[in-house]
Design a protein around this ligand. Structure first.
Ligand code: SF4
Ligand code: SF4
Length: 376
């Protein structure tokens, strides 16, 4: 099992798609049947030994530090890493404080997902002036200090992003080229942003065609260089198609193999659902990690969608909160369906490259549920 350990609810950035949107959305509350406990402790409020005890019941326990910004609570992070030996440690961070964590801890991470949206002007536009420079300095720093795990650029994308250009830039820039890239749409997270944004126009004029171009580029790279790039949204879908895998569960793993542990020890399907008391699935003090309730997306529009067995329902949080209306959310689904179609078109070419020996089926393997949600 995978567990996002929420170490902090605070963040040291004020990104447009997170803090900025929350300001624009301040009068938009969740529906009445979603009670939210906003008084969660800002840092770890349970005994690390109880997390140790919980984790020890699962030989495949993977702990991923998450926030807010988890590195704001470095003392708790170190305490956990000094106390618990899970199968793997991972970290999801904005990268600003990576240079402050001793390399003996950094180098134990199997995977670090770092929030970078693309080139400097775009990243700083979304995340604040000078963010890009500091994060890239820190990435070079941890590499020089021996970090050899997987480093995933995790981009949040919305209207200012030219997806094709930015993903290519993340892969090919001369300063710090990434070998793994994941992106997630800022869509369906907030209550009143749909009508003040241009999501539909952007997704139809840039995003969908950009992703199609990326899929073609991805397979061209296999053909020309024999390399299967870790572009997670494309890779995850291609993996399923190549393995005849139908998924009727969330591809992020949320609520069936990937859970979140709040700062007070309560367990949820997804870290973005913190405080939603009706969706608590247990507490680390008295739950067994292998016996947690499993939750699935089982309501409209997903329940009668022909793409469900490849999409998996996209996002449990979006499904539960329904912040965008069903009709508005269908515009997000159009992007998902286009991505699935685009990958499907390329599967015969990929199979031919495998037969020709240019690539192997095992080149598509990846650590599932590592925090890359697959469906953007
Ligand atoms: S494409 Fe949309 S409706 Fe279909 S399964 Fe995915 S999220 Fe649900
Ligand atoms: S896709 Fe949705 S449910 Fe899954 S981890 Fe992301 S926000 Fe949570």
């Amino acid at each position: 099992m995978f567990f996002h350990v929420i170490l902090a609810t605070d963040c040291n950035l004020q990104c447009r798609y997170c803090f900025g949107e929350s300001l624009d959305d301040f009068d938009e509350d969740f529906s009445d049947d979603l009670e939210v406990d906003y008084s969660l402790p800002r840092s770890l409020a349970y005994d690390v030994d109880s997390l140790k005890n919980f984790c020890s019941k699962d030989p495949d326990c993977v702990l991923t530090f998450y926030g807010g910004e988890p590195l704001l609570q470095m003392k708790s992070l170190r305490q956990i890493m000094d106390t618990i030996e899970p199968k793997l440690y991972m970290l999801q961070t904005n990268g600003l404080l990576l240079d402050k964590l001793d390399s003996k801890y950094v180098n134990r991470f199997h995977t670090i997902l770092v929030s970078v949206d693309g080139e400097e002007t775009l990243t700083d536009y979304y995340r604040g002036k000078d963010t890009f420079r500091k994060v890239f300095e820190n990435l070079k720093f941890i590499k020089q200090n021996g970090f050899n795990g997987e480093l995933i650029a995790r981009a949040t994308v919305m209207e200012q992003t030219d997806i094709y250009k930015q993903v290519r830039w993340l892969l090919e820039n001369s300063e710090f080229p990434f070998t793994s890239v994941h992106w997630q749409l800022n869509a369906g997270f907030w209550g009143n942003d749909y009508h003040r944004r241009n999501f539909v126009e952007w997704s139809e004029s840039n995003y969908i065609s950009g992703v199609r171009a990326l899929v073609k580029f991805w397979v061209d790279t296999m053909e020309q260089r024999g390399t299967v790039l870790k572009l997670y949204p494309i890779l995850g879908i291609a993996y399923s198609m190549l393995h005849d895998e139908a998924v009727n569960f969330l591809r992020c793993g949320g609520g069936w193999v990937n859970y979140a542990i709040q700062t007070d020890g309560y367990i949820l399907a997804c870290p973005t659902m913190w405080g939603m008391t009706k969706h608590y699935l247990g507490h680390i003090a008295d739950s067994h990690p292998l016996k947690l309730e499993k939750v699935f997306v089982n309501q409209l529009p997903c329940s009668d969608c022909e793409f469900l067995n490849m999409c998996g329902g996209r996002c449990y949080y979006a499904n539960v909160t329904q912040r965008w209306s069903v009709d508005d959310y269908k515009k997000v689904c159009n992007t998902v369906k286009a991505l699935i179609d685009d990958v499907s078109v390329e599967i015969p070419r990929i199979k031919q490259l495998i037969v020709q020996g240019k690539i192997c089926l095992s080149d598509f393997d990846f650590v599932k549920y590592n925090g890359a949600e697959i469906i953007p």
